[in-house]
Design a protein around this ligand. Structure first.
Ligand SMILES: *[C@@H]1O[C@H](CO)[C@@H](O)[C@H](O)[C@H]1NC(C)=O
Ligand SMILES: *[C@@H]1O[C@H](CO)[C@@H](O)[C@H](O)[C@H]1NC(C)=O
Ligand SMILES: *[C@@H]1O[C@H](CO)[C@@H](O)[C@H](O)[C@H]1NC(C)=O
Length: 318
């Protein structure tokens, strides 16, 4: 139950981009794109494996100076570094490298906003590092007002925003509850959110992505290492492209809920690729240090860089 709860707290992960140049045309509907077949030539970007790349990581704790303690595994004393050298390789194609300079030029003066919880912060942090380290001598401004953090690359006027959310209560209609079945709550919440997307988002101005379910690793039986209690001490990804264990139940909830939305919403279906990265979590090199154990979030640099690489590909290239 403990594990399940900690995974459930991190479910509502929503990513909204207001990046897309206006084109005036309304998209045909229904336009949800889930799963296979939207890379070039029908390549499924979300099926693949992790391969060692001598040019990885794209940045580190020294070149990206503002990594929050929670994700800064190297600074927090994580002794191994191999986990930094893996690149996501789709089965049938190569994902282009994250082109930070291309991103900055293309989206000059625009904003991207992450709305969600601490896993959105993970992805937001990765994107800020990927952009800041794209060119030497860029200047940034990082401000926080209330729950909104804004990271600006001054030279390009690009804002990468994060709306942090912490859930204390659940409201269903007029009822306020301390807790309820999390999957039921999640599906209701996504229904509400879908209605908001349909009523308030102009798809000619804004592109909406949904950050898929980010999995955790608290039980070694899931990856055929029953002796491994948690992710602690894991230093390599699961080999190959299939995860032996179960998928988080929220994955199906997301796919069902997104299919009911009429406006185009792209699912960033990062569950499988992240499941393979039992080595990518802070474990005891996160916020709580040796007394904490975090197999939910991800070290930065790390797995969220691949999420952003795919996000950029979907926004800019395809
Ligand atoms: C980065 O991490 C290394 C360990 O890999 C550590 O020695 C160094 O102090 C860190 N530097 C910064 C700026 O965080
Ligand atoms: C950074 O942003 C804040 C808030 O918008 C602003 O007050 C401040 O002047 C900015 N800093 C720089 C160096 O532009
Ligand atoms: C891990 O999963 C296995 C198989 O599903 C289960 O039997 C075991 O109780 C789980 N261990 C913990 C600590 O939850």
């Amino acid at each position: 139950m403990g594990t399940w709860v900690s995974s459930s707290i991190h479910l509502v992960l929503i990513l909204i981009s207001v990046l897309h140049p206006a084109n005036g045309a309304r998209h045909p509907k229904p336009a949800i794109r889930v799963g296979a077949g939207f890379g070039s030539g029908g390549c499924d970007l979300f099926q693949g494996s992790w391969v060692v790349d001598p040019f990885y990581p794209p940045y580190n704790n020294a070149t990206c100076p503002f990594i929050e303690k929670e994700f800064n595994c190297q600074k927090n004393g994580r002794p191994d570094q191999n986990y930094l050298s893996y690149r996501w390789k789709p089965l049938d194609c190569d994902l282009p490298r994250f082109d930070g300079l291309g991103f900055l030029r293309r989206f000059q003066g625009k904003s991207i906003m992450f709305v969600g919880d601490s896993l959105s912060r993970d992805q937001w942090q990765s994107l800020t590092c990927l952009l800041y380290t794209a060119a030497p001598n860029l200047h940034y401004n990082l401000t926080r007002v209330g729950m909104i953090s804004t990271f600006t690359i001054m030279e390009y006027g690009i804002n990468v925003l994060l709306d942090r959310n912490i859930w204390d209560y659940i409201q269903v209609g007029n009822q306020v509850l301390k807790d309820m079945d999390r999957m039921v709550a999640f599906e209701r919440a996504l229904g509400t959110w879908g209605g908001w997307v349909d009523n308030h988002i102009d798809p000619s101005k804004t592109r909406v992505f949904f950050q898929g379910i980010s999995p955790n690793h608290y039980n070694g039986s899931d990856w055929n290492e029953p002796k491994a209690n948690t992710c602690q001490g894991e230093t390599t990804p699961v080999q190959g492209s299939t995860y032996p264990g179960q998928y988080p139940p929220a994955v199906d909830v997301v796919k069902r809920a997104l299919s009911k939305i009429e406006n185009p919403v792209t699912l960033l279906d990062i569950t499988t690729l992240s499941l393979l990265r039992k080595d990518g979590h802070p474990s005891i090199y996160g916020m709580g240090g040796a007394s904490g154990l975090d197999c939910t979030h991800w070290c930065i640099a790390g797995v969220p860089d691949a999420w952003n690489q795919i996000l950029y590909y979907l926004i800019a290239i395809s």
